[in-house]
Design a protein around this ligand. Structure first.
Ligand code: ADP
Length: 442
Protein backbone atom coordinates (compact mmCIF):
# COMPACT_ATOMS: atom_id res chain seq x y z
CA UNK A 1 0.00 0.00 0.00
CA UNK A 2 1.19 3.50 -0.73
CA UNK A 3 0.94 6.01 2.05
CA UNK A 4 1.12 9.45 0.57
CA UNK A 5 -1.69 11.68 1.82
CA UNK A 6 -3.55 12.04 5.10
CA UNK A 7 -6.52 10.03 3.85
CA UNK A 8 -4.18 7.06 3.33
CA UNK A 9 -3.67 6.87 7.08
CA UNK A 10 -7.27 5.68 7.48
CA UNK A 11 -6.86 3.17 4.69
CA UNK A 12 -3.63 1.80 6.16
CA UNK A 13 -5.36 1.48 9.48
CA UNK A 14 -8.34 -0.31 8.01
CA UNK A 15 -6.20 -2.69 5.98
CA UNK A 16 -4.06 -3.41 8.99
CA UNK A 17 -7.13 -4.46 10.92
CA UNK A 18 -8.43 -6.60 8.07
CA UNK A 19 -5.11 -8.39 7.59
CA UNK A 20 -4.76 -8.95 11.34
CA UNK A 21 -8.27 -10.46 11.43
CA UNK A 22 -7.55 -12.62 8.40
CA UNK A 23 -4.41 -14.20 9.86
CA UNK A 24 -6.16 -14.94 13.17
CA UNK A 25 -5.17 -12.20 15.64
CA UNK A 26 -7.70 -11.73 18.43
CA UNK A 27 -10.02 -8.76 18.28
CA UNK A 28 -8.12 -6.74 20.89
CA UNK A 29 -4.86 -7.36 19.08
CA UNK A 30 -6.36 -6.38 15.75
CA UNK A 31 -7.26 -3.00 17.24
CA UNK A 32 -3.86 -2.67 18.88
CA UNK A 33 -2.01 -3.37 15.64
CA UNK A 34 -4.26 -1.08 13.60
CA UNK A 35 -3.84 1.75 16.09
CA UNK A 36 -0.07 1.38 16.18
CA UNK A 37 0.01 1.27 12.41
CA UNK A 38 -2.01 4.48 11.99
CA UNK A 39 0.18 6.27 14.55
CA UNK A 40 3.40 5.27 12.80
CA UNK A 41 1.83 6.12 9.43
CA UNK A 42 1.00 9.60 10.68
CA UNK A 43 4.57 10.09 11.94
CA UNK A 44 6.14 8.93 8.67
CA UNK A 45 3.84 11.05 6.55
CA UNK A 46 5.03 14.06 8.48
CA UNK A 47 8.76 13.29 8.68
CA UNK A 48 9.38 11.48 5.40
CA UNK A 49 6.45 12.46 3.21
CA UNK A 50 5.00 8.96 3.23
CA UNK A 51 5.94 5.28 3.03
CA UNK A 52 5.26 2.01 1.25
CA UNK A 53 3.46 -0.39 3.51
CA UNK A 54 3.73 -4.17 3.16
CA UNK A 55 2.26 -6.98 5.30
CA UNK A 56 4.24 -10.19 5.90
CA UNK A 57 3.43 -13.42 7.60
CA UNK A 58 6.71 -14.78 9.01
CA UNK A 59 7.76 -17.75 11.05
CA UNK A 60 9.94 -16.67 13.95
CA UNK A 61 12.29 -19.54 14.77
CA UNK A 62 13.29 -17.89 18.08
CA UNK A 63 9.89 -18.09 19.65
CA UNK A 64 8.59 -20.90 17.46
CA UNK A 65 5.60 -18.79 16.60
CA UNK A 66 4.13 -17.11 13.54
CA UNK A 67 4.08 -13.34 13.43
CA UNK A 68 2.31 -10.70 11.46
CA UNK A 69 4.91 -8.16 10.45
CA UNK A 70 4.29 -4.78 8.84
CA UNK A 71 7.12 -2.96 7.06
CA UNK A 72 6.85 0.76 6.40
CA UNK A 73 9.57 1.86 3.96
CA UNK A 74 9.77 5.68 4.07
CA UNK A 75 9.69 7.54 0.79
CA UNK A 76 12.64 9.77 1.81
CA UNK A 77 15.27 8.64 4.32
CA UNK A 78 14.41 9.03 7.98
CA UNK A 79 16.12 11.95 9.74
CA UNK A 80 19.43 10.50 11.07
CA UNK A 81 18.14 7.08 9.96
CA UNK A 82 16.25 6.89 13.26
CA UNK A 83 12.62 6.61 14.18
CA UNK A 84 10.96 7.30 17.56
CA UNK A 85 7.18 7.15 17.71
CA UNK A 86 5.73 10.43 18.92
CA UNK A 87 3.82 8.65 21.61
CA UNK A 88 5.90 6.14 23.62
CA UNK A 89 2.74 4.15 24.34
CA UNK A 90 2.62 3.08 20.69
CA UNK A 91 5.51 0.65 21.17
CA UNK A 92 3.50 -1.15 23.84
CA UNK A 93 0.67 -1.95 21.42
CA UNK A 94 2.81 -4.41 19.46
CA UNK A 95 5.47 -7.00 20.34
CA UNK A 96 8.23 -5.30 18.39
CA UNK A 97 8.59 -1.83 16.94
CA UNK A 98 11.85 -0.60 15.53
CA UNK A 99 14.03 0.34 12.61
CA UNK A 100 15.75 -2.25 10.43
CA UNK A 101 18.36 -1.40 7.87
CA UNK A 102 18.86 -3.71 4.94
CA UNK A 103 20.47 -3.09 1.50
CA UNK A 104 20.91 0.57 2.34
CA UNK A 105 17.19 1.06 2.98
CA UNK A 106 15.89 1.90 6.39
CA UNK A 107 12.50 0.46 7.16
CA UNK A 108 10.25 0.89 10.21
CA UNK A 109 9.07 -2.54 11.24
CA UNK A 110 6.44 -3.68 13.74
CA UNK A 111 5.24 -7.15 14.52
CA UNK A 112 2.70 -8.99 16.61
CA UNK A 113 2.59 -12.69 17.41
CA UNK A 114 -0.21 -14.79 15.97
CA UNK A 115 -1.87 -16.85 18.74
CA UNK A 116 -1.24 -20.59 18.82
CA UNK A 117 -4.95 -21.20 18.62
CA UNK A 118 -5.22 -19.37 15.26
CA UNK A 119 -6.02 -21.69 12.34
CA UNK A 120 -2.97 -22.67 10.26
CA UNK A 121 -2.70 -20.82 7.03
CA UNK A 122 -2.23 -23.04 4.01
CA UNK A 123 -0.79 -21.45 0.85
CA UNK A 124 -4.26 -21.78 -0.66
CA UNK A 125 -5.86 -19.89 2.20
CA UNK A 126 -3.18 -17.19 1.94
CA UNK A 127 -3.92 -16.77 -1.76
CA UNK A 128 -7.59 -16.53 -0.87
CA UNK A 129 -6.95 -13.78 1.70
CA UNK A 130 -4.89 -11.93 -0.84
CA UNK A 131 -7.66 -11.94 -3.44
CA UNK A 132 -10.29 -11.02 -0.84
CA UNK A 133 -8.28 -8.03 0.28
CA UNK A 134 -7.58 -6.99 -3.28
CA UNK A 135 -11.29 -7.18 -4.06
CA UNK A 136 -12.62 -5.32 -1.05
CA UNK A 137 -12.60 -1.69 -1.99
CA UNK A 138 -10.95 0.44 0.60
CA UNK A 139 -13.69 2.29 2.49
CA UNK A 140 -13.86 5.99 2.98
CA UNK A 141 -12.21 7.88 5.80
CA UNK A 142 -15.66 8.37 7.33
CA UNK A 143 -16.25 4.59 7.37
CA UNK A 144 -12.94 4.03 9.09
CA UNK A 145 -13.72 6.83 11.53
CA UNK A 146 -17.02 5.16 12.38
CA UNK A 147 -15.25 1.83 12.88
CA UNK A 148 -12.68 3.56 15.03
CA UNK A 149 -15.44 5.11 17.12
CA UNK A 150 -17.08 1.76 17.55
CA UNK A 151 -13.81 0.32 18.78
CA UNK A 152 -13.34 3.23 21.14
CA UNK A 153 -16.81 2.75 22.61
CA UNK A 154 -16.17 -0.96 23.03
CA UNK A 155 -12.85 -0.21 24.74
CA UNK A 156 -14.54 2.31 27.04
CA UNK A 157 -17.26 -0.21 27.88
CA UNK A 158 -14.64 -2.74 28.74
CA UNK A 159 -12.79 -0.26 30.93
CA UNK A 160 -16.05 0.55 32.70
CA UNK A 161 -16.94 -3.08 33.28
CA UNK A 162 -13.44 -3.70 34.54
CA UNK A 163 -13.83 -0.78 36.91
CA UNK A 164 -17.15 -2.18 38.17
CA UNK A 165 -15.56 -5.58 38.63
CA UNK A 166 -12.72 -3.93 40.51
CA UNK A 167 -15.19 -2.15 42.77
CA UNK A 168 -16.93 -5.44 43.56
CA UNK A 169 -13.58 -7.06 44.24
CA UNK A 170 -12.63 -4.14 46.46
CA UNK A 171 -15.84 -4.51 48.44
CA UNK A 172 -15.19 -8.21 48.85
CA UNK A 173 -11.65 -7.50 49.92
CA UNK A 174 -12.81 -5.01 52.51
CA UNK A 175 -15.37 -7.48 53.81
CA UNK A 176 -12.70 -10.17 54.07
CA UNK A 177 -10.39 -7.71 55.77
CA UNK A 178 -13.05 -6.90 58.33
CA UNK A 179 -13.52 -10.64 58.94
CA UNK A 180 -9.80 -11.17 59.31
CA UNK A 181 -9.50 -8.22 61.67
CA UNK A 182 -12.38 -9.54 63.80
CA UNK A 183 -10.77 -12.97 63.90
CA UNK A 184 -7.42 -11.45 64.71
CA UNK A 185 -8.92 -9.39 67.54
CA UNK A 186 -10.63 -12.45 68.93
CA UNK A 187 -7.44 -14.46 68.74
CA UNK A 188 -5.48 -11.66 70.38
CA UNK A 189 -7.98 -11.56 73.20
CA UNK A 190 -7.84 -15.30 73.64
CA UNK A 191 -4.07 -15.21 73.59
CA UNK A 192 -4.01 -12.47 76.20
CA UNK A 193 -6.42 -14.45 78.33
CA UNK A 194 -4.27 -17.56 78.01
CA UNK A 195 -1.16 -15.54 78.76
CA UNK A 196 -2.72 -14.12 81.88
CA UNK A 197 -3.57 -17.67 82.95
CA UNK A 198 -0.04 -18.89 82.28
CA UNK A 199 1.46 -15.96 84.15
CA UNK A 200 -0.78 -16.63 87.14
CA UNK A 201 0.11 -20.31 86.99
CA UNK A 202 3.81 -19.52 86.96
CA UNK A 203 3.47 -17.13 89.87
CA UNK A 204 1.70 -19.85 91.82
CA UNK A 205 4.35 -22.37 90.83
CA UNK A 206 7.13 -20.02 91.91
CA UNK A 207 5.43 -19.46 95.22
CA UNK A 208 4.93 -23.19 95.74
CA UNK A 209 8.55 -23.99 94.93
CA UNK A 210 9.73 -21.21 97.24
CA UNK A 211 7.58 -22.73 100.00
CA UNK A 212 8.93 -26.16 99.18
CA UNK A 213 12.49 -24.90 99.28
CA UNK A 214 11.89 -23.21 102.62
CA UNK A 215 10.28 -26.35 104.03
CA UNK A 216 13.14 -28.51 102.82
CA UNK A 217 15.71 -26.12 104.25
CA UNK A 218 14.06 -26.03 107.65
CA UNK A 219 13.83 -29.81 107.62
CA UNK A 220 17.55 -30.11 106.91
CA UNK A 221 18.31 -27.56 109.59
CA UNK A 222 16.15 -29.45 112.06
CA UNK A 223 17.80 -32.78 111.21
CA UNK A 224 21.25 -31.29 111.55
CA UNK A 225 20.48 -29.67 114.90
CA UNK A 226 18.69 -32.64 116.39
CA UNK A 227 21.31 -35.16 115.35
CA UNK A 228 24.08 -32.95 116.57
CA UNK A 229 22.37 -32.56 119.93
CA UNK A 230 21.71 -36.30 120.16
CA UNK A 231 25.24 -37.35 119.45
CA UNK A 232 26.73 -36.19 122.75
CA UNK A 233 24.28 -38.02 125.08
CA UNK A 234 24.38 -41.19 122.97
CA UNK A 235 28.16 -41.15 123.04
CA UNK A 236 27.97 -40.72 126.81
CA UNK A 237 25.61 -43.70 127.16
CA UNK A 238 27.99 -45.84 125.10
CA UNK A 239 30.97 -44.79 127.20
CA UNK A 240 29.14 -45.51 130.44
CA UNK A 241 27.96 -48.89 129.17
CA UNK A 242 31.53 -49.78 128.25
CA UNK A 243 32.66 -48.77 131.74
CA UNK A 244 29.96 -50.91 133.40
CA UNK A 245 30.95 -53.95 131.36
CA UNK A 246 34.66 -53.35 131.90
CA UNK A 247 36.31 -56.19 133.83
CA UNK A 248 38.04 -53.60 136.01
CA UNK A 249 34.64 -52.45 137.35
CA UNK A 250 32.55 -54.22 139.90
CA UNK A 251 31.42 -57.57 138.54
CA UNK A 252 27.82 -57.67 137.24
CA UNK A 253 25.36 -60.44 137.65
CA UNK A 254 24.59 -62.41 134.48
CA UNK A 255 21.26 -60.60 134.12
CA UNK A 256 22.86 -57.18 134.62
CA UNK A 257 25.56 -58.00 132.06
CA UNK A 258 22.84 -59.00 129.54
CA UNK A 259 20.96 -55.73 130.17
CA UNK A 260 24.12 -53.61 129.87
CA UNK A 261 24.85 -55.44 126.59
CA UNK A 262 21.37 -54.45 125.32
CA UNK A 263 21.94 -50.84 126.36
CA UNK A 264 25.27 -50.78 124.54
CA UNK A 265 23.97 -52.29 121.29
CA UNK A 266 20.90 -50.01 121.31
CA UNK A 267 23.15 -47.01 121.87
CA UNK A 268 25.38 -48.15 118.99
CA UNK A 269 22.32 -48.40 116.68
CA UNK A 270 21.19 -44.98 117.81
CA UNK A 271 24.61 -43.47 117.17
CA UNK A 272 24.70 -45.00 113.68
CA UNK A 273 21.29 -43.47 112.95
CA UNK A 274 22.31 -40.10 114.29
CA UNK A 275 25.48 -40.15 112.21
CA UNK A 276 23.56 -41.02 109.07
CA UNK A 277 21.06 -38.27 109.75
CA UNK A 278 23.88 -35.81 110.24
CA UNK A 279 25.56 -36.91 106.98
CA UNK A 280 22.33 -36.55 105.04
CA UNK A 281 21.52 -33.16 106.56
CA UNK A 282 25.00 -31.98 105.68
CA UNK A 283 24.72 -33.22 102.10
CA UNK A 284 21.28 -31.63 101.70
CA UNK A 285 22.31 -28.27 103.04
CA UNK A 286 25.18 -28.24 100.55
CA UNK A 287 27.79 -28.24 103.25
CA UNK A 288 29.71 -31.10 101.67
CA UNK A 289 32.40 -29.85 99.28
CA UNK A 290 33.81 -32.66 97.13
CA UNK A 291 37.57 -32.88 97.15
CA UNK A 292 38.24 -33.26 93.41
CA UNK A 293 41.26 -35.36 92.52
CA UNK A 294 42.31 -37.80 89.81
CA UNK A 295 41.10 -41.12 91.23
CA UNK A 296 42.13 -44.59 90.09
CA UNK A 297 39.22 -46.99 90.46
CA UNK A 298 41.43 -50.05 90.91
CA UNK A 299 42.65 -49.32 94.46
CA UNK A 300 39.13 -48.11 95.39
CA UNK A 301 37.68 -51.42 94.23
CA UNK A 302 40.46 -53.34 95.93
CA UNK A 303 39.73 -51.71 99.26
CA UNK A 304 36.00 -52.45 98.94
CA UNK A 305 36.80 -56.07 98.16
CA UNK A 306 38.79 -56.28 101.40
CA UNK A 307 36.56 -54.39 103.80
CA UNK A 308 33.23 -55.79 102.63
CA UNK A 309 34.32 -59.40 102.76
CA UNK A 310 33.71 -59.22 106.50
CA UNK A 311 30.07 -58.30 105.82
CA UNK A 312 29.51 -61.10 103.32
CA UNK A 313 28.76 -63.62 105.98
CA UNK A 314 26.11 -65.71 104.21
CA UNK A 315 27.64 -68.91 102.82
CA UNK A 316 25.34 -68.88 99.75
CA UNK A 317 26.17 -65.32 98.74
CA UNK A 318 29.32 -64.41 96.87
CA UNK A 319 30.71 -60.88 96.70
CA UNK A 320 32.32 -60.23 93.31
CA UNK A 321 34.24 -57.02 92.73
CA UNK A 322 35.35 -57.05 89.09
CA UNK A 323 38.63 -55.53 87.96
CA UNK A 324 37.82 -52.21 86.18
CA UNK A 325 39.07 -51.79 82.59
CA UNK A 326 42.19 -49.63 82.25
CA UNK A 327 42.87 -46.76 82.26
CA UNK A 328 40.53 -46.67 85.22
CA UNK A 329 40.83 -43.03 86.20
CA UNK A 330 38.30 -40.25 86.67
CA UNK A 331 38.12 -36.91 88.39
CA UNK A 332 36.05 -37.27 91.53
CA UNK A 333 36.07 -37.35 95.35
CA UNK A 334 37.53 -40.70 96.38
CA UNK A 335 36.06 -40.71 99.89
CA UNK A 336 32.50 -39.80 98.84
CA UNK A 337 32.57 -42.30 95.94
CA UNK A 338 33.84 -44.99 98.33
CA UNK A 339 30.96 -44.21 100.72
CA UNK A 340 28.35 -44.56 97.98
CA UNK A 341 29.77 -47.84 96.66
CA UNK A 342 30.09 -49.30 100.17
CA UNK A 343 26.53 -48.27 100.96
CA UNK A 344 25.09 -49.91 97.83
CA UNK A 345 27.20 -53.08 98.17
CA UNK A 346 26.20 -53.29 101.82
CA UNK A 347 22.51 -53.08 100.84
CA UNK A 348 23.03 -55.84 98.28
CA UNK A 349 24.65 -58.08 100.89
CA UNK A 350 21.93 -57.21 103.41
CA UNK A 351 19.00 -58.11 101.18
CA UNK A 352 20.43 -61.03 99.17
CA UNK A 353 20.05 -64.50 100.65
CA UNK A 354 21.35 -66.55 97.76
CA UNK A 355 23.54 -65.90 94.72
CA UNK A 356 25.87 -62.97 94.36
CA UNK A 357 26.46 -59.27 94.74
CA UNK A 358 28.59 -57.81 91.95
CA UNK A 359 30.40 -54.53 91.39
CA UNK A 360 31.39 -53.75 87.82
CA UNK A 361 32.81 -50.69 86.06
CA UNK A 362 32.55 -49.81 82.37
CA UNK A 363 33.59 -46.82 80.34
CA UNK A 364 31.03 -45.26 77.99
CA UNK A 365 32.33 -42.27 76.04
CA UNK A 366 33.18 -39.56 78.55
CA UNK A 367 31.37 -41.29 81.39
CA UNK A 368 31.93 -44.15 83.79
CA UNK A 369 29.12 -46.55 84.54
CA UNK A 370 29.48 -48.30 87.89
CA UNK A 371 26.87 -50.95 88.55
CA UNK A 372 26.06 -52.83 91.73
CA UNK A 373 23.84 -55.78 90.98
CA UNK A 374 22.49 -58.50 93.22
CA UNK A 375 20.33 -61.62 92.97
CA UNK A 376 18.17 -60.49 95.91
CA UNK A 377 14.40 -60.04 96.17
CA UNK A 378 14.19 -57.15 93.72
CA UNK A 379 11.99 -54.07 94.07
CA UNK A 380 8.59 -53.42 92.49
CA UNK A 381 8.58 -50.80 89.76
CA UNK A 382 6.28 -48.39 91.61
CA UNK A 383 8.76 -48.23 94.52
CA UNK A 384 11.81 -47.42 92.40
CA UNK A 385 11.64 -43.73 93.30
CA UNK A 386 10.17 -44.12 96.77
CA UNK A 387 13.14 -46.03 98.12
CA UNK A 388 15.20 -42.90 97.48
CA UNK A 389 13.00 -41.00 99.94
CA UNK A 390 14.21 -40.52 103.47
CA UNK A 391 13.20 -43.25 105.93
CA UNK A 392 11.39 -45.24 103.26
CA UNK A 393 11.78 -48.99 103.56
CA UNK A 394 9.96 -51.53 101.45
CA UNK A 395 7.15 -52.85 103.63
CA UNK A 396 7.12 -56.58 104.35
CA UNK A 397 10.73 -56.95 103.19
CA UNK A 398 12.91 -59.11 105.39
CA UNK A 399 13.67 -57.06 108.46
CA UNK A 400 17.40 -56.76 108.31
CA UNK A 401 17.85 -53.50 110.12
CA UNK A 402 18.70 -50.13 108.65
CA UNK A 403 17.29 -46.66 108.70
CA UNK A 404 16.03 -45.94 105.22
CA UNK A 405 18.55 -43.15 104.92
CA UNK A 406 21.28 -44.92 102.93
CA UNK A 407 19.83 -44.54 99.42
CA UNK A 408 18.78 -40.89 99.70
CA UNK A 409 22.26 -40.11 101.00
CA UNK A 410 23.91 -42.11 98.21
CA UNK A 411 21.89 -40.28 95.56
CA UNK A 412 22.77 -36.91 97.14
CA UNK A 413 26.46 -37.68 97.00
CA UNK A 414 26.34 -38.94 93.41
CA UNK A 415 24.54 -35.74 92.42
CA UNK A 416 27.24 -33.73 94.17
CA UNK A 417 29.81 -35.62 92.10
CA UNK A 418 27.98 -34.59 88.91
CA UNK A 419 26.43 -37.98 88.23
CA UNK A 420 23.18 -39.94 88.50
CA UNK A 421 22.06 -42.98 90.45
CA UNK A 422 19.40 -45.15 88.84
CA UNK A 423 17.76 -48.43 89.67
CA UNK A 424 16.70 -51.30 87.43
CA UNK A 425 14.87 -54.05 89.27
CA UNK A 426 11.81 -56.21 89.39
CA UNK A 427 10.50 -58.48 92.11
CA UNK A 428 12.28 -61.84 92.00
CA UNK A 429 14.78 -60.57 89.42
CA UNK A 430 17.40 -58.97 91.65
CA UNK A 431 18.37 -55.30 91.60
CA UNK A 432 20.94 -53.27 89.69
CA UNK A 433 21.90 -49.81 90.89
CA UNK A 434 23.85 -47.87 88.25
CA UNK A 435 26.00 -44.85 89.00
CA UNK A 436 26.91 -42.71 85.99
CA UNK A 437 29.80 -40.30 86.54
CA UNK A 438 31.50 -37.87 84.19
CA UNK A 439 35.16 -38.74 83.60
CA UNK A 440 36.20 -35.11 83.96
CA UNK A 441 34.28 -34.42 87.17
CA UNK A 442 31.29 -32.09 87.70
P1 ADP B 1 18.17 -49.13 104.59
O1 ADP B 1 18.96 -50.08 103.79
O2 ADP B 1 18.93 -48.52 105.72
O3 ADP B 1 16.83 -49.62 104.98
P2 ADP B 1 18.19 -47.61 102.20
O4 ADP B 1 17.82 -46.19 101.93
O5 ADP B 1 19.56 -48.01 101.87
O6 ADP B 1 17.84 -47.86 103.69
O7 ADP B 1 17.18 -48.52 101.43
C1 ADP B 1 15.81 -48.26 101.48
C2 ADP B 1 15.02 -49.50 101.22
O8 ADP B 1 15.19 -49.92 99.88
C3 ADP B 1 15.50 -50.70 102.03
O9 ADP B 1 14.92 -50.70 103.29
C4 ADP B 1 14.99 -51.85 101.18
O10 ADP B 1 13.61 -52.06 101.43
C5 ADP B 1 15.16 -51.35 99.79
N1 ADP B 1 16.41 -51.78 99.18
C6 ADP B 1 17.58 -51.12 99.14
N2 ADP B 1 18.54 -51.82 98.49
C7 ADP B 1 17.95 -52.98 98.11
C8 ADP B 1 18.41 -54.16 97.44
N3 ADP B 1 19.66 -54.26 96.96
N4 ADP B 1 17.53 -55.17 97.22
C9 ADP B 1 16.27 -55.08 97.67
N5 ADP B 1 15.78 -54.01 98.34
C10 ADP B 1 16.61 -52.98 98.58
Amino acid sequence: MALRVEHDIFLVRQRGREVAAAVGLEHQDQVRLATALSEVARDLLRTSGGADVTFHLVDDADVDRRQLRVDLAPVTPLPDGRYEPESAAVARLVDKLGVVTGKGDTVVMMSRRVPVAAPTLTPERLAEIRTELARSAPGSAVDELAAQNQQLIAALDEVRSQRDELAVLNDELQETNRGVMALYNQLTEELEETNRGVVALYAELDEKSAQLRAASESKSRFLANVSHELRAPVTAIMGLGRLLADSASDPLTAEQARQVGLIRSSAADLLALVNELLDLAKAESGRIEPDWTEVDLRPVFGQLRGTLRALATRPDVELVVEEPPTPATLRTDEVLLGQVLRNLLHNGLKFTERGEVRLRAGRQGDRWLLSISDTGPGIAEELHERIFEEFYQVPGATRVGGTGLGLPYARRLVTLLGGTLELASEPGGGSTFTITLPVGGA
